[in-house]
Design a protein around this ligand. Sequence first.
Ligand code: NAD
Length: 265
Amino acid sequence: MDLELAGKRVLVTGSTSGIGKAVATAYLKEGAVVYINGRSAERCQVIADELAAECDAAGRAKVAAADLSSAEQSDALISQLKSEGGVDILVNNTGIFEVKAFEDISDDEWMHYFNVNILSAVRLSRALLPEMLERDFGRIVNISSECAIKPLGQMVHYSVTKTALLSLSRALSELTKSKNVTINSVLPGPTWTEGVENYFDTLAEKEGKSTEELISNYFADHEPTSLLQRFVAVEEVAKATVYLTSNRAMNGQSLRVEGGIIRAL
Ligand code: NAD
């Protein structure tokens, strides 16, 4: 099936590891031009070179380094992208998560979570959406989480920001009526990444267990409703993301890629 993504210009935020890296890989395999983003330009270049070789994509894996918690760095990134031809597809993937007791989350930390998990997407969408509407082509995908609709007590701040992303996506999609521009969310369930490895180290410490024990019993103890009974693979989230951006009729949607954890129709 031709997903008609060849030559499209794609920015995947937070694409030096985990889900973002897999999404960048999937777009490169579809023939798109992909900007790799992370905080370190050196690391972005290493990953761009690695993916260009892996995907036979010489010249199509580009670097767009910026710390997206900073409005200034975000502005600089937007200027770079506009001067190099703009963006057809924006995947707002950057996100932070950590297990933390609700009573220990300070105002500063709440603001940091809002800044990285929501404002990063707001800033890029605000800058890039008007051009997408004018050009009459554009796709935005916000990588939310299954816990946007099944919030977690051990990560209240994270859950709140992921729910807000769903509202951001749907509200922005309301601005696309009759245009070939779509704005959707992807809700991954527990997906095996470096970020999740760190998450489990902290959770194991909090529960007084070894990380190995926690992981091997995780689905039985914590996610008994999962139909998958294993971690989602980053490639599975990437496939869903690419699929969403290949179809104009899918707009204002929240696509769950969580292995059936959420028992709902
Ligand atoms: P990860 O920690 O493995 O990777 C995060 C990426 O974001 C890295 O490339 C990192 O360099 C980048 N990043 C972090 N802060 C940044 C900043 N300020 N500016 C620019 N880049 C920054 O994370 P992951 O597990 O791949 O998660 C990716 C996204 O998927 C996040 O939004 C996360 O909330 C969401 N998600 C993950 C899971 C999961 O189980 N892994 C589940 C649901 C949702």
